[in-house]
Write a protein that binds this ligand. Sequence first.
Ligand SMILES: *Cc1c(COP(=O)(O)O)cnc(C)c1O
Length: 841
Amino acid sequence: MNITPSYVLPQLPEALDGLIELALDLRWSWSYRSDVLWEQLDGELWSRTRNPWLLLQNLDAAKLDVLARDEGFLTLLQEHLQHHRQESRREGWFQKNIPSAQLQRVAYFSMEFGLSEALPIYSGGLGILAGDVLKTASDLGVPMVGIGILWQQGYFRQSLDDCGRQLELYPYNDPTQLPILPVRDPEGQWLRLELPFPGRSVILRAWQAQVGTVPLYLLDSNDPLNSPADRGITAELYGGGPEMRLQQEICLGAGGWLLLRHLGIEIDICHLNEGHAAFAILARIHSHMRDHGSDFSCALNATRAGNVFTTHTPVAAGFDRFAPELVTRYIEGAPKIFGVDLQQILALGRANAEDLREPFNMAWLAIHGSIHVNGVSALHGKVSQHLFQPLFPRWPTDEIPVCGITNGVHIPSWDNAEADALWTEHCGAERWLGELQDISAQFHNVSDTEIWQLRQKGRQQLIEFARNRLQRQLAMAHRPQEEINAAALVLDPNTLTIGFARRFTAYKRPNLLLSDPERLYRILSDPRHPVQLLIAGKAHPRDGDGKAMIQEWTQFLRRHPDLFHKVVFIADYDMLVAAQLVQGVDVWINTPRRPWEASGTSGMKVLVNGGLNCSELDGWWAEAYSDAVGWGLGDRHEHDSDSAWDRHEAEQLYQIIEQEIAPLFYQGRDESGCPCAWVEKIRSSMAELTPRFSSHRMLQEYVENLYLPAAKRLRERSSLEQLRSICAWQSHLKAHWHGLRFGELHVAETGEEYQFQMHVYLDDVPAEMIQVQLFANSVDAHGPELLPMQRSETLTGAVNSFNYRCNIAKRRPVSDYTPRIVAQHSLCEVPLENNAILWYR
Ligand SMILES: *Cc1c(COP(=O)(O)O)cnc(C)c1O
């Protein structure tokens, strides 16, 4: 039985049909080009919602009739349609640089996607990154599809009550008002997947959003044929308890994989954005088993080459973990998706395969099922090496196989129209679409006046926005009319404007600036160097500390009524608010506790618009900071949550604002009022950092460093012979590793060299399956060293035993060097795919 949905497109006169095509492509969320169209349709609604799809649904018939006969409008529409279709066929960076046979298609799995406020299915940084990845793939021509969930309520919306406390609201995302369409099967029926769950099937409906040339498929369980409980699985992002979370993750990973199969979309790379999506690994394994009649281990080896895992978590407690009994119930309940190899599946989620009580860890599953793993900044890559150490016992931390690919932001989504124009003039309209090397040099030619005008304009627009929002907020909180009127005049367009917006949670220290409230008050009220502040941020509904920190701010403002004109807390931080803030502020402050930020992206969004960063030397800023481009907080070390250190950093922050930021902004102005030293800093920040922290740079790195090598590995393993050799290597080493034994080590010294000789008894292990290495730790001035030892003569009288040799220059004490044995296969990644290691001592 099927309930056929009646899904009605907006009814437009035929001449205006093209508007539907344009409104359904989210390209309008990052290109200012089509703004003129939407402004003509309904300027007011457009500026309020920035959602063309909503515009089309709310146009009145009379207006439509007028437009359908308006030659000027119709010509404009045709121009835009033509340009839109050209864009869809444009050859991108990918087509120009990468032979198409090397990479077929990437499926990017993510629990959340932050593309636009018109499609509110994200909560924060993770989702924004995912949205930026899809947009960038479209810009660069990277063949990609997105896989996500259509959250019926998305993440909660925030309002503030009249005591300044956070209220949580859950408006319903009516799918007919979102710029998405149902996915239909070849017969025109709305596509529905049946996902086996214990004792029942859950029906998943499929939707499609169009992100330029990249389709984003969204699944939801709100089908009338599902039980009420199952309809709620995709209700609330990050809502519900562990079982609900598990169900959501099965829908995303397994449901997403099933959908790709159903649509016949051939995928080589599954990119798992965080461990949430890791059930795709299991579903992919089972598909391989069914298609090729292979066993579990072989299918794992064959498919993991096509999986890439990006971790965003800076602490072990951040990984999703499930009770083994719970996972067992869902795996056993769905043999059609997961097969019947329960124990092998459970082992993939454990650090120690033998420990049956160990919780099922989604990050462990993701690592065990992928060929490349990366963190989201250089520092986070290092941090992740420590977090993943349990999977690689006895391996040196800096050999743990996780690299860092620093996040970037999709610049066209975060620049304002003036910045877009300025960059276009100096660096060309296609500046982000290809190689990025020349951009910095070109941008250095921009004049002081141009930069300062950009800043003045941005600040002014932000203030307008803040005044509007504040008025609406006060009205909602039933404040007196005089106060609402006064809100229309808050903030000053010539005052140094500092912004910060973030999730209100302990590690982000959103109240660091409040450590000494009287000092902050003095900074804000300084008559010579005044400062004004814009703040926004939500606390997770269950994060009591985070909510208390919001109240700390609102109460501070209440105690100082004269700050009404200088500090505005903008409620309901979302992409619209974020865009306004990053386009307008002079300085963006970010104060996480190192190393908890992983990357952070909000500070990157100010770069293109000429905002400067003053942030903790953590995440991306630890790489980006130099004296020439901004200000750094902290000492590049971790201090955990030491309150004395927090006070120290607060002091540092106050001092930087008082002694460096404010004077630099107000002093040394030229005759036209331009602060030349300030502008010089902006120019360096814009020119040097904007391309480096763009998602275009980031995605090029993903393609070149992860997707292409993974796709190559995947192709190699499509040969049955190669695959068999890998499986044999795995199982043979597993069975016989314990038989490996070191004999004696001899070191001879010549004038310049050490000559190492190591006796190794291989027992039943063929010599090609392993490598004997000489290892030296990083000590003092010496970095770590790793040298292969060459197999030479056999040992007399012993079976399968050899002398291994290595000569090295005498640069450090001989006792620094230790022989070891590791697994080796020319088609495999070690230690990711085989973590066996035997040390001589
Ligand atoms: C960019 C962005 C974030 C990520 O911010 P960080 O402070 O870098 O984690 C979160 N929420 C919104 C709405 C954003 O636009």
